[in-house]
Ligand binder design. Structure first.
Ligand SMILES: NC(=O)c1ccc[n+]([C@@H]2O[C@H](COP(=O)([O-])OP(=O)(O)OC[C@H]3O[C@@H](n4cnc5c(N)ncnc54)[C@H](OP(=O)(O)O)[C@@H]3O)[C@@H](O)[C@H]2O)c1
Length: 370
């Protein structure tokens, strides 16, 4: 009975998710129709039709620049007995990913910084999935101590993780963590680097485990780069550039991790994911001004997909049998794709990958990370 109700809600969400795409197509069709009847219609109708065309044109933007309409992973799995640790699972893409994996019977641990937000999320994941094996752990990625504390608690509970999902991410203004690092750098990369390494060092990831890190298409736009001598971006700060840099770091980290795992004969895989342009609270980072956000909301709705679609590439990375032995790949829209920009050649830049790893290890005070 659980499976039937899950597929029912799946179909409902699929319909809801495809609404923006259908709406765009409708607008384009209206524009095309008014062009066809241009002789018979007035100027004002023409202007309206022009607007329709403009809005409908975002279909093209979506198809060609944002990776196309997002696909559903669409397969069901029995994940009974598998443990998922997901950072930032209390909202957005992480929350939807946790919901779907809970529906497949996995034990879910969401690692979040707010007890209140985490417990509310746990309740809704339980009620959506009818799976009570959902809990939270406190993790503030702005503190390396918090990462150590989480791993200590999980060690005591003898947790064995099948899917580690490094999901939490921000694009916030310049600020410094208690460890003295730039907040974006520490949340998006450094703390996840430490978390992954500690779990691996303590053999807390199962032999067939998968490590998935949420990157972004931003890794390849706006001149995103990795400056080993200035990872905190102290020399020239631009908020969104820093975000792109850290998302590039996610890919470089994943590639080097996969190489290291392969070298020690491990079957654990490490892959990175671009979830799509997704309508989550992340928009507060993209457009911090609430008024501009409110005014541009209709465009945002048209250009983005709902969070449930943002979870699909992570689900693909975690569950697809096609990826059982694939490691070090970048996934976008439930497909293995080539990253863009500087990341295209990353797999060949062993020196950069090794040096980046070394610097990160030094920053987190771990000399004998894997
Ligand atoms: N949305 C998009 O279009 C998009 C596109 C490409 C890539 N991504 C990537 O996808 C991932 C998820 O993004 P999203 O859209 O779901 O964003 P979101 O809705 O803003 O969720 C971000 C999550 O990260 C958590 N988080 C932030 N700072 C944290 C900290 N210091 N310690 C622990 N958790 C922290 C948040 O917890 P709080 O509730 O406590 O803040 C929240 O759970 C990010 O890595 C993002 O870079 C998103």
């Amino acid at each position: 009975p659980r499976r039937r109700s899950a597929s029912h809600s799946f179909a409902r969400e699929r319909r809801r998710a495809s609404f923006p795409m259908k709406f765009n197509l409708f607008l384009s069709a209206c524009g095309a129709a008014s062009y066809y009847f241009r002789e018979q219609i007035s100027h004002s109708t023409w202007i309206t039709a022009g607007c329709f065309f403009l809005v409908g044109a975002n279909v093209l933007v979506n198809e060609f620049f944002l990776g196309g309409s997002r696909k559903y992973y669409g397969k069901t799995h029995d994940c009974t007995g598998d443990v998922v640790l997901i950072t930032g699972g209390n909202k957005g893409i992480g929350f939807e990913t946790a919901k779907e994996l809970a529906k497949f019977g996995a034990q879910i641990i969401i690692a979040c910084r707010s007890e209140r937000r985490a417990s509310t999320a746990v309740r809704s994941i339980r009620s959506y999935s009818k799976n009570d094996n959902v809990s939270y752990e406190i993790l503030d990625l702005e503190s390396l101590k918090s990462v150590h504390d989480l791993v200590d608690r999980l060690t005591k509970k003898k947790i064995q993780i099948r899917y580690l999902i490094n999901n939490a991410g921000v694009a916030i203004e310049k600020s410094t963590t208690i460890d003295g690092f730039n907040s974006q750098f520490q949340i998006n990369h450094l703390s996840h680097f430490l978390l992954t390494n500690l779990l691996l060092k303590r053999n807390m990831i199962t032999d067939n485990g998968r490590i998935i890190s949420l990157s972004s298409l931003a890794h390849g736009v706006g001149g995103a780069d990795i400056h080993l001598d200035d990872l905190n971006s102290t020399r020239s700060w631009k908020r969104l550039k820093m975000y792109g840099n850290t998302k590039l770091m996610n890919i470089v980290f994943t590639n080097e991790l996969s190489r290291k795992l392969l070298r020690i004969g491990s079957k654990i895989t490490a892959n990175s994911v671009h979830p799509g342009a997704i309508d989550t609270d992340f928009s507060e980072h993209v457009v911090p001004n609430p008024w501009i956000r409110w005014l541009t909301r209709p465009i945002a709705i048209l250009l983005t997909d709902p969070p449930v679609l943002g979870a699909q590439s992570t689900l693909f990375a975690a569950l697809s049998p096609d990826l059982e032995t694939k490691s070090g790949v970048y996934i976008d829209n439930c497909k293995v794709k080539r990253p863009v920009g500087k990341a295209q050649n990353i797999p060949k830049h062993y020196k950069l990958m090794e040096d980046f790893w070394e610097v990160s290890a030094k920053f987190v005070g771990q000399s004998n990370v894997i």
